[in-house]
Ligand binder design. Structure first.
Ligand code: TYM
Length: 325
């Protein structure tokens, strides 16, 4: 089976962008690929965070992955810092990655603006560690949202540079996008993200979630109820696409274009489907929260079996570098 690797940061609540752009898609891929999924805690320390929160966030992120349907029988799930070879390989990749390639990364530029007081090397080096995450397992496919495509391209470049200098050792991985690779935030303009407080968390209670959907920006040109709208430029319709079936989508699109339904009607249709899908995820998350020993066992077993692969790759890499071993 072909290998898939992907990761998610433990930066607080997982939002519906992460869910439909990545995690829900990962669950499907476990049917046909040999999959490894990782909670990337070392990536998360590139920005300031409350120290006392980190452990809880890592565990909660793992819980959400399991609650969304990832099963340790069908894939490996682990925490990045539990497999130390990721950072070791990142160092080696640092030595084949031009600084200029990292400076032009969109995410680095955005984060440098957001965290002016702490533009650290880790923030710039973030995609190199990401390349190490993927390549240490020689994964050929990386399921991510659209915002990560540039990082996977850099990963391909790193693999190419390494192979050119030290011999063919790594594949050039390809992105796999989900059906909803780019969900905008509730303001309808920026990408849905945790840092911008512009998100709908998948564990939020029904009332809070509805309030966010109810007040979310739609097609800005549709000002009055009687105005016709354009689903193609409406973020609510994009989210609809991720949660609703063809009939509902058709009804919503026709109703919007003819103004026979208002945005609130469209949002009600969406929310019904969203909540139907997310309520069981929330219930499973509650059960897992009460069963953290099980979650720790899954993570330890994931790290154990990933370590075996990672150690082999590092051995091969050290030999390729001509080191004394
Ligand atoms: P993170 O935690 O920021 O995002 C996790 C996944 O969610 C996707 N995503 C979205 N998809 C659609 N719409 C959105 N608004 C949205 N916001 C986030 C992201 O594209 C991502 O797939 N750098 C990675 C973590 C990582 C990684 C890796 C991924 C570290 N090492 C190796 C793949 C392979 C990230 O951005 O995580």
């Amino acid at each position: 089976m072909e290998k898939v690797f992907s990761g998610i940061q433990p930066t607080g609540e997982i939002h519906i962008g992460n869910y439909v752009g990545a995690v829900r898609h990962w669950v499907k891929l476990t049917e046909t690929y040999d999959c490894i999924f990782c909670v990337v805690d070392y990536h998360a320390i590139t920005v300031e965070y409350p120290l006392e929160e980190m452990r809880k966030r890592v565990l909660e992120t793992a819980i959400v992955l399991l609650a969304c349907g990832l099963s340790p029988e069908k894939c490996k799930i682990f925490v990045q810092s539990h497999v130390q070879e990721h950072t070791e390989l990142a160092w080696i990749f640092n030595c084949v990655t031009p600084i200029g390639d990292l400076e032009r990364m969109t995410q680095f530029k955005d984060k440098s603006k957001q965290h002016r007081a702490n533009i650290n090397i880790g923030l710039m080096d973030y995609p190199v560690l990401q390349a190490a995450d993927i390549l240490i397992y020689k994964a050929g496919f990386v399921p991510v949202g659209e915002d990560q495509v540039q990082h996977v391209e850099l990963c391909r470049e790193v693999a190419r540079k390494f192979n050119y200098r030290f011999g063919e050792h790594f594949p050039e991985p390809r992105v796999i996008l989900s059906v909803a690779p780019r969900i905008l935030g509730v303001d309808g303009t920026g990408k849905m993200s945790k840092t911008m407080q512009n998100y709908i968390g998948i564990l939020e209670d029904e009332a809070t979630m509805w309030e966010k959907v109810r007040t979310a920006v739609t097609d800005v040109n549709r000002v009055r109820r009687k105005d016709t709208g354009n689903p193609d430029i409406c973020n609510i319709y994009t989210i609809h696409r991720a949660f609703s079936g063809d009939d509902v989508l058709d009804e919503a699109a026709k109703g919007c274009r003819s103004a026979s339904i208002g945005c609130i009607d469209c949002k009600k249709m969406l929310f019904k489907n969203m909540w139907e899908e997310l309520a069981p995820v929330q219930n499973r998350a509650k059960d897992l929260l009460a069963n953290q020993d099980y979650v720790m066992d899954v993570l330890r077993e994931g790290a154990r079996s990933c370590s075996t692969i990672a150690k082999q790759t590092m051995q091969e890499v050290r030999e390729a570098l001509g080191l004394l071993i």
